[in-house]
Design a protein around this ligand. Sequence first.
Ligand code: UFG
Length: 318
Amino acid sequence: MSRVLVTGGAGYIGSITTALLLDQGFEVTVLDDCSTGHRDSVPAQARFIEGTILDGEIVRRALEGCDSVIHFAAKSLVGESVEKPDLYRNNNINGSQILFDEMDGAGVTRIVVSSSAATYGDTHEQPILETLKAKPGNPYGETKLAVDNLLTDLAAEENFAAISLRYFNVAGSLKTPTRWLREEHDPETHLIPNLLKATKDSPLKIFGTDWDTPDGTCIRDYVHVHDLADAHIRALNQLIAGRHEIINIGSGTGYSVREVIDTASKVVGYEIPSVNVDRRDGDPAILIASIEKARSTLGWSPMRDLSAMISDTFESKK
Ligand code: UFG
């Protein structure tokens, strides 16, 4: 039986991936410092260690009995990274380096890592291919690119088998037999959970209506967290020693902020209240994934659409 270490397994994407791994017969150890994750999101069948990837000794303990790693633990908000770049560099780059050193020491060389579309930066080349030269436009994207580069070196020098999944915008929830697993950030900055909270007194703020897009609002590519978790498990089964692959995970379709609001209004059956405000620092105008490599390398394609992402998030909050 294969045991996987899931760093950040108490977080949104990590806990949902853990639930699916357990469903598919993997054993799982979760390492999470619960700074943004929630202990009660970790399924009971997983071994849980509370601690940070910045602590080599704890990482060493967490790796015991594991033969592969899925690495989620990271700070992941674009806006916050602009305000606190050092926090992001320390957590994301130094933390990953400590994890990789401990893996190397323990002889665990198989890893799937969460990377991000934020590595690509603002570009007119849409949809974005993995071969596009990465030029991150914010500290968060810089840290994710730095981690991807560390893995390219580890594959070449230490024979690591690595896949970085570059997520576009993740949304949706998963209903397990015991509870809903969903986004629970505090403060919440993401579009879909925020628009579901919007009221007349506290409308959704639309960040910028003067972008170079057809309706002036930013365009993003939304992927369901269940599909994304599935992509991690497929990646785990496709690792090749000495190789580091970078693979986009999105839907291949872009929606503007206004289009997301319109879709959500239809799903929930009332008009989502919104107000136009200034642009948010660090936002690129458009991010749309090419997902051809995910299809051909992982045999993966998205199964759940934007309406499903909104409706199950809506259901999960009832
Ligand atoms: N937005 C609003 N109002 C809000 C929240 C968001 O207008 O209250 C807009 C943003 O300006 C952006 C879009 O909605 O144009 C999506 O914003 P999110 O905050 O939901 O997501 P981001 O695109 O900023 O970032 C997410 C992840 C990153 C990842 C990126 C990749 O948080 O980790 O997707 O596409 F890098």
